[in-house]
Design a protein around this ligand. Structure first.
Ligand code: ADP
Ligand code: MG
Length: 261
């Protein structure tokens, strides 16, 4: 994707759970090669927004488009699997890994599942069907992505023994195995120590430098301030502000949402 052109376009996307409007006619876009922040208090609808973009949940109304073959095309009508193939990969708010398996195996399995059902259901049968060559290709890709994110020296450690910050980076490596052009990260910095947040921010800047577009959900405003190019702020499912981080930080509605929450 050419730098600066729109890659993701969310157009009046709405999601209702019965009477609860979790996402209320949200409109925003993500441009190629930028880190876009999606922030807001707990329960604002951020994770639900990710579930709509990745088709884990159907939209109630509205459209979501992604740049495919040079044109913005609707993806809210596609399956999660198709969306991954078109180049959108994600991580989840809570770490999902197999703690007693190695770092390398965790990423290889993710590469195999293509990020689809990271709860690992049916994984044993699905792996048993792989032949030697397929298994080798998966391990090769997993190793490559682990080296890319700086975990190349930890391939054979038990995933569960890693610090939380490294587990989050492992999950990013797993998402990268889908060969995405847009990466959706759901609160990757939550619970991390200061140094871990720095390492994560450095990695995301490096990926952006390689042309990756990133949509980053965060609860904590401090982390996004020095990292993101633009921000969208949600409260109660609705967009309450949008703009450069410095502008948004001084927005009255945003201050109120955060102080009041
Ligand atoms: P955030 O990620 O910003 O903290 P969520 O998107 O997880 O917020 O949740 C937004 C609102 O939607 C919350 O009130 C939450 O309880 C509700 N919600 C989320 N997922 C579901 C679901 N599958 N069924 C019913 N309500 C849900
Ligand atoms: Mg959430």
């Amino acid at each position: 994707h050419a730098h600066g052109e729109t890659v993701l376009q969310v157009d009046k996307a709405r999601k209702q759970f019965g009477g609860l409007v979790a996402v209320n006619d949200m409109t925003f876009d993500v441009k190629a090669g930028e880190i876009m922040g999606l922030i807001g208090p707990n329960g604002a609808g951020k994770s639900t927004m990710f579930n709509l973009v990745t088709s884990l949940l159907p939209v109630t109304k509205g459209e979501i488009r992604f740049r495919i073959g040079g044109q913005l095309q609707r993806i809210d009508t596609l399956s999660s699997r198709e969306i991954v193939k078109h180049g959108i990969a994600r991580t989840f708010q809570h770490v999902r890994l197999m703690p007693t398996m190695s770092v390398l195996e965790n990423v290889a399995i993710g590469a195999h599942l293509r990020g689809m059902h990271n709860d690992f259901t049916g994984i044993a049968t699905s792996i048993a069907r792989l032949n030697r060559a397929e298994e080798g290709a998966l391990l090769f890709e997993a190793r490559k992505q682990l080296e890319r994110v700086g975990l190349g020296h930890m391939l054979y450690e038990e995933a569960g023994s890693l610090a939380l910050g490294q587990q989050r980076i492992l999950e990013i490596a797993r998402a990268l195995c889908c060969d995405p052009t847009l990466l959706l990260l759901d609160e990757p910095a939550a619970g991390l120590r200061y140094k871990e947040k720095e390492a994560l921010a450095d990695l995301l800047r490096k990926l952006r430098g390689e042309g990756m577009s990133i949509l980053l959900v965060e609860h904590d405003m401090d982390f996004v301030m020095n990292l993101t190019d633009r921000l969208v702020v949600m409260e109660f499912g609705t967009k309450i502000a949008e703009g450069l981080p410095q502008e948004v930080q001084q927005n009255e509605a945003v201050l109120e949402a955060y102080l009041g929450g």
